[in-house]
Ligand binder design. Structure first.
Ligand code: SF4
Length: 365
């Protein structure tokens, strides 16, 4: 089965010097945070691997699988043993110019790609064909003019792809819509900011979740984020909290990350918190000063980028959760809004720690 569309990023080196060189290295390290698999390209005539060892260390720290690619074999033949004895990842020799072994390289990318680098569905795996799914999308001042936001559009597409029915309404019309149906919906997905309204209207036996929560499962690790929501109860006045958003949108009045969530957390903590907001690629390496990280649904990130942040938080023992889960937790409905997803308490590490060896994958396929 193909792995779908992929993006190749050609990085700057790790050996650049000077101010500009430092910037280029910083950019390269940022690229690594969103890399699912790395192709490390070698020249057949260079057997000094000092630079490549640095690359290997950086990639291994991020748990990124690597394929060694020895290029330019049209110019000189190589003894692959010279490379394989120095590194613990699979190698292939190619000629980009003559296109020698390019097909085999694509097969190796397929075989070595992380098995869960993208989930197959947002909600398609928890509904049956012909299910009825109601989507609640408030159109307030924060909603972009004349369109739905990306998580809502992606959810509709996912429901259609799984041969089910998508009905879209605002929270203000939800009660009327449900009354007009001749059966209960199989699933309701709402904007988490109106959880308090929607959870009162939707019958208890109808599965209810939010766009933010389904995005957090798709892009991240649900079990870790659910657990992180519990840290909201431990917050005390003066604690530092990081609010991280994956894009740099222009905040409007009553912005969720800048106003709604901070006031929710401060009312739980019983006083002022030191809240820092980071947007886009700006995410601290050192997370230990924070008592809690609240992350948006990360619709603009790929899964690897979000997983890199989650793994960094877990390794530094800093609780991390997501906007939708924070609202659900404070309203006492986190269990209700996540119970349809399994497993609830998976651990991030076993899935990302090991690079399946080429040979193991070959045997399986
Ligand atoms: S990246 Fe985050 S803040 Fe930006 S639109 Fe998506 S969910 Fe919202």
């Amino acid at each position: 089965m193909p792995i779908g569309p992929v993006v190749f990023i050609d990085t700057a080196g790790l050996d650049d010097t000077g101010d500009l060189g430092e910037l280029r290295i910083k950019k390269t390290l940022e690229v690594m945070d969103k890399t699912d698999i790395a192709l490390m390209v070698f020249s057949p005539s260079n057997l000094d691997f000092t630079l490549e060892q640095n690359w290997w260390r950086e990639l291994a720290a991020r748990k990124i699988p690597i394929i060694g690619v020895v290029n330019k074999i049209d110019e000189e033949d190589v003894d692959m043993g010279d490379f394989e004895k120095e590194f613990d990842f699979p190698f292939i020799k190619v000629s980009a110019k003559e296109r020698t072994n390019i097909g085999k390289l694509k097969e190796m990318i397929h075989l070595n790609a992380p098995m869960d680098f993208e989930l197959s569905a947002l909600v398609g795996d928890i509904i049956n064909p012909k299910s009825l799914v109601v989507l609640v999308t408030p159109q307030d001042i924060q909603a972009p003019k004349n369109r739905l936001i990306l998580p809502q559009v992606q959810s509709i597409r996912d429901i259609l792809d799984h041969n089910s029915l998508a009905l879209v309404t605002k929270d203000t019309e939800l009660r009327d819509m449900l009354c007009s149906l001749n059966k209960k919906p199989d699933l309701v997905i709402t904007d988490s900011q109106v959880f308090h309204i929607v959870s009162e209207i939707v019958p208890e036996d109808v599965p209810l979740t939010s766009f933010s929560i389904i995005m957090s499962r798709y892009k991240g690790e649900l079990g870790t984020l659910i657990k992180g929501a519990g840290a909201i109860d431990e917050l005390k006045p003066g604690d530092r909290v990081l609010i991280a958003e994956a894009c740099t949108h222009h905040p409007l009045e009553n912005d969720i990350g800048r106003q709604k969530l901070p006031s929710l957390l401060e009312s739980k903590a019983g006083g002022k918190l030191k809240i820092e907001i980071k947007a886009g690629a700006d995410f601290p390496e050192d997370l230990t000063p924070y008592k809690l990280i609240l992350h948006c649904g990360a619709c603009m990130f790929n899964r690897k980028q979000m997983m890199t942040r989650i793994i960094r938080a877990v390794e530094q023992k800093v609780p991390i959760t997501n906007y939708g889960m924070a609202f659900a937790h404070v309203q006492g409905i986190l269990e209700r809004t996540t119970r349809m997803f399994e497993p609830r308490n998976s651990n991030v590490f076993p899935r990302y720690n090991k690079q399946k060896r080429h040979s193991e994958r070959s045997e399986e396929s």
